[in-house]
Design a protein around this ligand. Structure first.
Ligand code: SF4
Ligand code: SF4
Length: 300
């Protein structure tokens, strides 16, 4: 078996759902520059920084020759919210930690094949255009909702990258786009944040609940649909997510206590209770004050 096949097998055995290989060639950045020109990054000032690094992955690790793109299916199975809603990706353990640990294990294996290899790992943590890299590595296409969509797991995937200093033959980029004439995500978005392949974060509930700092924008009051951390609407309606398979990683299986949380419970919860309930999840990073503020702004 060739080294590349061995790495793929190992990745599978560690729990990765998809793996692909690509080169660190520069990325044509028209879509990013246009997005920034329109101010669609809203308060995410960090998106305006390090554009050169985003478009030239080779600057992130001197000597990089290969980028391994990895996807993990986090779909927790059917989730029937009782009251307020927390995005599925945030119901389980923080994916940054879980994936980094898995990637380190994979790199240890790669080291056994290529002792000279050096690497850097990224999980939503550096100026890396993860979705475009995943597309180039053959994992899927970028849908009209701007998410990476895979044929097997839809868009319920976390992405991560291993930048490697050894050369491994790249996979074929995913050059097809299976959105076709579908516009479900665009039509379902309650705030009009989406147009094909373009997300205006200024209008996005996910941005407001996770990233935004300061006064909560007015549109949130009557268009939140109960979302207090993230928003899955444009994924819930995607036909490619209908046949999603439940994740095999128990780290991403949510405690029912988090799914069935109510606004009453959140409103009366002490800081200690909040820390206990959301320990190790992305929600904890949003913080007690912000979540309570959002809950107090939900429409009746
Ligand atoms: S996350 Fe919600 S608000 Fe944001 S684009 Fe998708 S449906 Fe619209
Ligand atoms: S809902 Fe339709 S248009 Fe939107 S990402 Fe899915 S397939 Fe593409």
């Amino acid at each position: 078996m060739k080294e590349k096949e061995k790495i793929k097998k190992k990745a599978e055995s560690l729990g990765f759902s998809k793996i692909g290989f690509t080169t660190p060639q520069s990325i044509k950045g028209d879509f990013l520059l246009q997005w920034l020109r329109k101010g669609a990054e809203a308060g995410m000032a960090y998106m305006r920084r390090y554009t050169e690094l985003r478009l030239n992955p080779s600057l992130l690790l001197p000597g990089v020759k290969t980028i391994i793109s990895l996807a993990v299916n986090y779909y927790p199975g059917d989730v029937f919210y009782k009251d307020v809603k927390i995005s599925r990706y945030a119901l389980g353990r923080d994916y940054h930690r879980v994936m980094k640990k898995m990637m380190k294990e994979l790199f240890s294996y790669i080291k056994s094949l290529y002792p000279e290899a050096r690497a850097r790992f990224f999980v939503d943590s550096a100026p890396v255009l993860e979705r475009e890299i995943a597309r180039r590595a053959g994992l899927g296409w970028i849908g009209k909702n701007t998410m990476l969509v895979t044929r097997e797991y839809g868009s319920w995937v976390f992405l991560g990258e291993i930048f490697l200093t050894v050369e491994i033959p790249p996979d074929r980029p995913f050059d097809r786009n299976f959105c076709g004439t579908c516009r479900r995500c665009i039509e379902a978005c309650p705030t009009g944040a989406l147009s094909p392949y373009f997300l205006d974060s200024n209008l996005c509930i996910s941005y407001v609940t996770v990233e935004h700092k300061g006064k909560i924008p007015d549109f949130y009051f009557n268009k939140n649909n109960g979302w207090i951390f993230g928003c899955d609407i444009c994924q819930e309606v995607c036909p490619w997510n209908r046949k999603a398979k439940k994740t095999s990683l128990k780290d991403f299986l949510p405690e029912p206590e988090r799914i069935f949380i109510t606004r009453e419970k959140l409103s009366s919860m002490s800081r200690d209770e909040f820390q206990r309930l959301f320990k190790g999840t992305p929600v904890k990073r949003a913080g007690y004050e912000k979540i309570r503020k959002l809950v107090s702004n939900l429409n009746p």
